[in-house]
Design a protein around this ligand. Sequence first.
Ligand code: NAI
Length: 311
Amino acid sequence: SKLTVVGAGAVGSSVAYAALIRESARHVALYDIATARVEAEVLDLAHGSQFTGTSDIIGGADLDVTNDSHVIVITAGAAQKPGQTRTDLAGVNAGILRSLVPSLLERSPDAVFVIVTNPADVMAVVAQEVSGLPRERVFSSGTVLDTSRLRWKLGQRAGVSISSVHAYIVGEHGDTEFPLWSHATIGSVPILDWQPLDGQPKFTVDELDQIAIDVRDAAYKVIQGKGATNYAIGLSGARIVEAILEDEHAVMPVSTVLEDFHGVSGVALSVPSVVSAAGAVPIRETSFSEHELELFHRSAEALRQVADSIR
Ligand code: NAI
């Protein structure tokens, strides 16, 4: 199996690093237009090969390094600077994707595309449109990362492991995202009923609201401190790649272009979706409370405005 990561910046290099360590794909290729940068990243990663199992790494600034990939993760583009929102990046990054995706597809006609470049939901629409591929074959990592941030916080507070937390962030990967609290459980216990194991008080509605805000703003905090977010998105990306290459049918909140999903069409938003070798298919049975439905439509509206602004 072959994974190509496009963009060898903070995020792309970390996706490749995580994929090598997790052995997400047999072959990993890293591509970037910045020749010196990508060659250095590939060398540095290759130098660790003795300690990373059977995956190998190649790469460079020649698009042919991407040939015959099964999955292509796109992280190329301008990144958020402190104070910048993800949507500020839309115009520049849409241009990059419009030129990149056709040349990648030509070299890997069977690939599934995973878009990480921000604003990820809008970029998923751009990439899907320019590729002409079915909706399930071009999607964004969406709120997989945000959901991991949420589960980590809830697990810490509840006194349980992260895998015992069942909760999703849905909607935009960005400022209008929100948790599906109506379905959030620890084990099978609704979150508000959970008695934390360390004797702390139960969760309150106000506290959950604050946790949602912290998760939403988490990237800003990390970028403020270190200039980029990379490790958690690297792991999230590698995990999505595995679900595709292993044909797992794993449920993940990725972002595909929706078609009449709770009344939303033509924009990409994250909802729990089944991820397999065929790509990602939103789970239509996912139900929302009345308030959640309102937030979902608000998220769709915000993304529609960004999408319109770059047409
Ligand atoms: P970075 O600036 O470190 O790296 C971007 C890389 O893209 C650079 O090496 C640049 O040379 C390359 N690039 C630009 N145009 C290219 C082209 N036409 N072909 C090939 N490579 C090209 O940025 P960083 O921190 O790696 O972020 C990358 C993107 O990922 C940003 O848009 C960022 O906002 C996004 N991101 C998305 C997350 C998510 O959850 N979806 C999480 C974190 C970042």
